[in-house]
Design a protein around this ligand. Structure first.
Ligand SMILES: Nc1ncnc2c1ncn2[C@@H]1O[C@H](COP(=O)(O)OP(=O)(O)OP(=O)(O)O)[C@@H](O)[C@H]1O
Length: 635
């Protein structure tokens, strides 16, 4: 009997062990299955979320070429976007200096997340600048998308922007100024000779960056466009902005362009960028362009060129340039909408009912009429920016001009239809209206409240005001730099190469003079110099072109180069885009390989003499323009 006990115990312990192992295995496999299920759920969830968040960009192949940084990387590169690394603030974001893990110095632009413009700038910058490679264009190194945050990484330009130098006490010597002018012209030459051509759309000093040797590179392609079908007026440009708000893929549209080769040492590759583009050009613009006499071909193949000014109801336009100018300046009506144009074209009596051209952009820009300093600025700005920036002002000053398109409404008109198609139509519309409202409020710094002491002071002292004005980017470029056919009321929505040429003309004058294009000073006596372009035209008329040269240079500059630059600027600033030189010719002229073409003289009336007094030269020895381009009488 006693010999049976151990056998029973052994059996029992074996059974216990088996049960224990079974329990362990069951628990372990249950945990494993549970983890597996959790992982599967997480994986499905993650890939769904990740796909919706990245597909708009990842589906655009140009983005694949660029490095995608994580927010964490850029955050540590800029030391948490610290003030010490702050470089500058622009219209759409803030720029910081950063050092990547490999030691490379970069500039990181953190775009304002609540701005519609920022999304547009981001998409444009990556699609267009991402496909460009030139020593005259700043390099885009990569980007970051993190939830609503958008960041762009550029090569670092140690001497920052031309604006930082030009309008500071440091100034720039003549040699550097001239080299910068040449560099920018070569940048534009490169852009315009790309296939398809790139129109920069926002040439101004803060978008010209300077490297360690002060060689210039063009930056900020937020407003730029690809010119896709030059033969057809309606579909000149392609830019896909739709879907970015609603979150659909910008890259879903079909391919339009062809791969590019470039004869330059520079390279460009738009085949990828173009895949992300789609045509979205408003039809109204055609009539407006027609009205302005811009040459383009309509759907029926008829060339609607300069001569069509006659068809728009302008008086007696004939082949002479003089008459074209007269009509362009004197008779065109900007208070129109599309129907109105059609009517005016067919109805000769309409001429009599037109409002005066004298109330439009050019008149303001050139400063004719009986205006005080305050009125001058007020009127001029009123012609340039949205009247609704200030409700008081709109009621007070501009109520009769209701038919005008408002610049700030532009985006709304362009995109609201697309937005309306989405499921969250009402929500987006409400959000959009709120943003428009906020933007209007932000821009109210340019408005002039009646009885507002501060604003009146700002206007009369001028400098802060001038600075803000000439760096205000709208949907169509920057005030004072934007060409009349593009930026003013009734301007076309088409950017053309000559629009860049116009802005380049303003830039030349700004570089030569070291002044902002609109520089309002305290003394009314100086009003004649407030508008750089009109002042330059007056000087040209009087043969005092070199009076425009920055006083800080004293006599330490090349007079023939300076004279060439100012004359070239005047050629670029011609109102008729067709009469402005091509940028290729501009480069040749600057290099001395081509003569400056004879251009018709566009004379600007002086500001009211009783306000500004007589023009007084600040230089004792007036220097006549070396080539005498502007000494001839008006053609
Ligand atoms: N790559 C860069 N390297 C060095 N500094 C830069 C670089 N990019 C921009 N900056 C500086 O940051 C400033 C702000 O640039 P940003 O492009 O945001 O705006 P902006 O051109 O001044 O104005 P806007 O956005 O209205 O055109 C510039 O004026 C320039 O001084």
């Amino acid at each position: 009997m006693p010999s049976r006990q151990p056998a029973f115990t052994h059996q029992q312990s074996t059974k216990h062990r088996a049960t224990f192992i079974f329990v362990i295995i069951t628990v372990f496999s249950s945990v494993l299955i549970l983890f597996g299920v959790i992982y599967l759920i997480y994986y499905v969830w993650y890939s769904l979320i990740h796909r919706t968040r990245t597909s708009p960009l990842d589906s655009c192949p140009v983005f694949l070429k660029l490095r995608r940084y994580t927010y964490k990387e850029l955050n540590s590169a800029t030391n948490g976007f610290s003030d010490d690394n702050f470089i500058g603030k622009g219209g759409s974001g803030t720029v910081y200096r950063g050092i990547l893990r490999n030691g490379k110095l970069v500039a990181v632009k953190l775009l304002d997340s609540d701005s519609l413009d920022a999304e547009r700038d981001f998409q444009n910058e990556l699609r267009i600048l991402g496909g460009l490679e030139s020593k005259f264009v700043v390099s885009l190194l990569g980007y970051c998308v993190d939830k609503r945050k958008r960041l762009v990484v550029y090569e670092y330009m140690p001497n920052r922007s031309l604006q930082d130098w030009l309008f500071s006490d440091r100034g720039l010597n003549w040699k550097r100024r001239f080299e910068i002018i040449v560099d920018v012209s070569r940048a534009l030459e490169f852009l315009h000779s790309c296939d398809p051509p790139v129109i920069h759309g926002d040439v101004k000093p803060s978008n010209v960056l300077l490297d360690a040797e002060f060689r210039a590179k063009l930056s900020d392609f937020g407003l730029s466009r690809l010119k896709i079908e030059p033969e057809f007026g309606v579909d000149l440009f392609s830019q896909d902005l739709s879907g970015t708000l609603a979150g659909d893929g910008a890259g879903e549209s079909s391919a339009i362009g062809t791969p590019v080769g470039s004869s330059h040492a520079n390279e460009v590759d738009f085949s990828l960028a173009l895949q992300a583009s789609s045509s979205s050009t408003p039809v109204n613009s055609k009539a407006v362009c027609n009205h302005l006499g811009l040459g383009f071909v309509n759907e029926k193949g008829k060339n609607l060129s300069v001569g069509n000014i006659e068809n728009c109801g302008a008086d007696g336009a004939d082949d002479s340039i003089n008459n074209k100018f007269t009509n362009y300046d004197g008779d065109l009506d900007h208070n129109f909408d599309n129907n109105h144009i059609t009517e005016s074209n067919s109805n000769p009596d309409h001429k009599t009912s037109k409002k005066q051209w004298g109330k439009d952009w050019w008149w303001k820009q050139e400063g004719s009429g009986e205006l005080s300093t305050r009125d001058y600025v007020r009127e001029w700005v009123g012609s340039q920016i949205c009247p609704s920036a200030n409700p008081d002002w709109e009621d007070d000053q501009i109520s009769e001009k209701k038919p005008h398109r408002k610049m700030q409404e532009w985006w709304k008109e362009e995109n609201l239809d697309d937005l309306a198609k989405t499921k969250v139509e009402k929500k987006i519309k409400r959000r959009f209206k709120l943003k428009i409202y906020k933007r209007k409020r932000n821009r109210s710094e340019f408005s002039f409240q009646k009885n507002s002491k501060n604003n009146a002071e700002t206007m009369n002292t001028g400098d802060v005001f001038s600075r803000e004005l000439s760096s205000t980017t709208s949907m169509r470029g920057t005030l004072c730099y934007v060409a009349p056919e593009y930026g003013g009321y009734g301007g076309c929505e088409y950017l053309i190469e000559k629009t860049d040429v116009y802005s380049f003309g303003v830039l030349i004058l700004v570089i030569v003079s070291g002044r902002r294009p609109l520089h309002v000073l305290a003394s009314p006596m100086k009003l004649e110099k407030a508008n750089l372009i009109s002042w330059c035209r007056q000087l040209a008329h009087g043969g005092d072109l070199l009076e425009l040269v920055d006083e800080r240079l004293k006599d330490d500059y090349d007079k023939s180069q300076a004279s060439l630059c100012v004359n070239l600027a005047l050629a670029c600033l011609q109102k008729m885009p067709e009469l402005r030189p091509d940028v290729g010719d501009v480069v040749k002229i600057l290099k001395g390989e081509m003569e400056l073409p004879v251009v018709p003289f566009e004379f600007s009336q002086s500001p009211p003499s009783k306000l500004v007094g007589r023009s007084r030269s600040r230089r004792k020895n007036k220097t006549l323009p070396i080539d005498g381009h502007y000494t001839r009488s008006r053609v």
